[in-house]
Design a protein around this ligand. Structure first.
Ligand SMILES: NC(=O)c1ccc[n+]([C@@H]2O[C@H](COP(=O)([O-])OP(=O)(O)OC[C@H]3O[C@@H](n4cnc5c(N)ncnc54)[C@H](O)[C@@H]3O)[C@@H](O)[C@H]2O)c1
Ligand SMILES: O=c1ccn([C@@H]2O[C@H](COP(=O)(O)OP(=O)(O)O[C@H]3O[C@H](CO)[C@H](O)[C@H](O)[C@H]3O)[C@@H](O)[C@H]2O)c(=O)[nH]1
Length: 329
């Protein structure tokens, strides 16, 4: 199939482009490189352009005739979204509407959307299934939930079929070592600890040790990037074979605490990391773990890299490459 990957130069999108190409699909990547990297797009057609630019979208659809769209492009930092809700709603909502308008105009009606566990807010129970109420705590989470509502309405009105994938904590890197996480600034736990292990960062701060969890640190569901991308491929098959619009929680179903992640990094890297105990970060629930049974049964998806050490091992291999590159510069 010809798949347009919007945001394909970013962390998750770039791994997706690689997997689509490896699976024999034709890929067009559209990215404005606001946080992505041109050299992370390993093949297919690359168009540098912005979702705010409707003429650019028109041109992409006219020239490349995509049959389905995967949409990864958005702003992604929870804290920043609280300080700058205007740019979050513009990029994550308005610009997504531009993309959907263009798809309708060109009669392209298969869409896979990067949603997030942030649509749930503070959970009533874990693991979190799709029936759990949606009470996002910040503009980032609300912007994603808004698009989920838009997509549900488009399904009824326009026979527009979509799959919303609510990722929990995307982690790890390409097992072949070609790609990995390169956010700037980096805010995610695993790459931050790895940077502390490689010496690119002095220390890592643990945000709270007084949570109601066995070791007092927060528990998250880290899902390997390859498993995440495999779920998108499964969602593409699902839509291709006539599946109705739906939404799925994506995690590997096991939670790991911040302390367990720290231990895994030190074990895998063989280096010790300087840890500073800090206060809780505002808005962090104690425990976020996905119930991904629906994705397993309906999409026929099965995560492979569910073991924390493997996730950390792949990310460590990438961190060594990055720290080497920085040292040479
Ligand atoms: N990383 C995670 O743990 C996580 C968790 C849940 C959901 N998500 C969602 O997954 C998606 C991808 O996340 P990521 O970690 O790869 O982020 P990322 O910042 O690495 O990638 C986003 C990409 O979109 C591009 N982009 C942003 N706005 C654009 C625009 N207006 N026009 C064209 N390109 C634009 C950026 O240049 C970048 O390449 C996001 O939608 C995010 O909300 C990520
Ligand atoms: O320097 C740090 C960074 C993080 N943490 C802790 O590590 C855990 C993971 O934090 P991340 O920032 O890596 O990830 P989040 O769970 O906050 O956020 C993730 O899940 C969210 C949904 O809830 C959004 O989707 C978001 O994009 C995605 O990164 C949290 O308990 C956090 O408090 C630290 O202790 N120190």
């Amino acid at each position: 199939m010809r798949v347009l990957v919007v945001g394909g130069a970013g962390y998750i999108g770039s791994h997706m482009v690689k997997m689509l190409l490896d699976s024999g699909h034709d890929v067009i990547t559209l990215d404005n490189l606001s946080s992505g990297h041109r050299d992370a797009v390993l093949g297919g057609v690359f168009v540098e352009g912005d979702l705010a630019d409707i003429n650019c979208l028109d041109k992409v659809f006219t020239e490349h005739h995509p049959e389905a769209v995967m949409h990864f492009a958005s702003f992604i930092q929870v804290g920043e979204s609280v300080r700058k809700p205007d740019i979050y709603y513009r990029n994550n909502v308005t610009n997504t509407l531009n993309l959907l308008d263009t798809m309708l105009k060109f009669d392209v009606k298969k869409f896979i959307f990067s949603s997030t566990a942030a649509v749930f807010g503070e959970p009533d129970y874990v693991p979190i299934d799709e029936a759990h109420p949606n009470r996002p705590l910040n503009p980032y989470g609300r912007s994603k939930l808004m698009i989920e509502h838009v997509l549900a309405d488009y399904a009824k009105a326009f026979d527009f079929r979509s799959v919303c994938l609510r990722y929990f904590n995307a982690a790890g890197a390409d097992p072949e070592g070609q790609l990995g996480e390169r956010h700037d600034p980096e805010t995610h736990l695993i790459p931050l600890i790895l940077q502390a292990a490689s010496g690119r960062r002095e220390n890592i701060q643990v945000f709270g040790r007084d949570y109601d969890t066995p070791d007092g640190t927060c528990i998250r569901d880290y899902i390997h990037i390859v498993d995440l991308c495999a779920a998108h491929l499964a969602a593409l098959d699902y839509l291709e074979s006539g599946g109705e619009s739906d939404r799925f929680n994506l995690g590997n179903g096991s939670g790991f605490s911040v302390q367990e992640v720290l231990d895994a990094v030190q074990k895998v890297s063989g280096r010790s990391v300087k840890v500073i105990d800090g206060p809780r970060r505002e808005g962090d629930p104690a425990r976020l773990v996905a119930d991904a049974k629906r994705a397993r049964s309906i999409l026929n998806w099965k995560p492979i890299f569910t073991d924390l050490e493997t996730i950390v091992q792949h990310a460590w291999q990438w961190e060594l490459k990055c720290s080497d590159r920085v040292a040479k510069e």
